[in-house]
Design a protein around this ligand. Structure first.
Ligand code: FPP
Length: 254
């Protein structure tokens, strides 16, 4: 890659993670049920993924269902699960057309059978696609993910001495390999819609240096200009990764 291409690619976030909040409030404002809000929210996904891909984004993570969302009313949880399974089946041909590969994060094993089946089928069908990765986070919790990583790390040793030795050498990079996933890039930009300003247990590990962007737009109303505003704002940020501004400017001049 030439240095000018390198500079351009650094201006587009490679991995954008989205907390799709505000479906319920959007629905209430329209006099609709919460589930209708989720349906309209699910419909937004296709366009948003295409806009992101066309802008040069390589991975889009979507917070579809958190480990804490099981606490919602039973009917809403059932409706969301049915919606996710239906959307996965309906959208697979479109993902093939668009060259999108589906990946998943979260404890998939505890999801209803219908969702697991639709997810496995969609991931298998799209596994050769290379235009953009869509990372569906289902029954996902950032803290739980880190705990699972610790368990994976500990399970690989036969003796305490081996474990102690590995602990001394442990780095963030090496721990990332314990997190049960392949190919997931660090999150560059984390967008939350719906006006709240928190990260709600999403991508705690991968978003260590993410730029955070909050918008009042509720997810079902999210538009191309909303995404463009987030990407433009990202370009204006100076990503320092712990360095000083002078050092970062110096790196760019090299
Ligand atoms: C938050 O809005 C949204 C969710 C908990 C679910 C997001 C799910 C979708 C957009 C559909 C998923 C479909 C697929 C295929 C991933 P909220 O209900 O908390 O809204 P509120 O804060 O206004 O009540």
């Amino acid at each position: 890659m030439s240095s000018s291409e390198d500079q351009i690619s650094q201006r587009v976030p490679q991995h954008v993670a989205i907390i799709m909040d505000g479906n319920g409030r959007w629905a209430k404002a329209q006099g609709l049920s919460r589930l209708e809000g989720h349906k309209q929210g699910a419909k937004r996904l296709r366009d948003v993924i295409r806009w992101a891909r066309d802008a040069g984004v390589k991975q889009v993570s979507l917070y579809g269902f958190s480990t804490e969302n099981w606490k919602r009313p039973k009917l809403e949880v059932q409706g969301l699960m049915a919606l996710i399974a239906t959307m996965l089946s309906l959208e697979t041909p479109k993902m093939m057309e668009e060259g999108a590969r589906l990946l998943a994060l979260g404890d998939i094993s505890s999801l209803p059978w219908l969702v697991r089946k639709a997810l496995k089928r969609a991931m298998n069908t799209t596994k050769g696609n290379t235009s953009v990765d869509v990372i569906l986070c289902l029954n996902y919790g950032g803290q739980q993910e880190i705990i699972e990583g610790i368990k994976n790390f500990c399970s690989t040793f036969n003796t305490d001495a081996e474990k102690e030795n590995a602990l001394l050498k442990l780095t963030p990079e090496s721990f990332t390999t314990c997190l049960n996933r392949e190919d997931i890039l660090p999150v560059d930009l984390l967008i939350r819609t719906g006006g709240e300003k928190r990260i709600s247990n999403f991508h705690l590990w991968d978003a260590a240096y993410a730029e955070l962007y909050f918008t009042d737009t509720n997810w079902p109303a999210y538009s191309e200009s909303d995404l463009k505003a987030a990407l433009d704002d990202y370009v204006s940020r100076e990503r320092r990764f712990g360095k000083t501004s002078e050092q970062v400017q110096g790196d760019a001049d090299e």
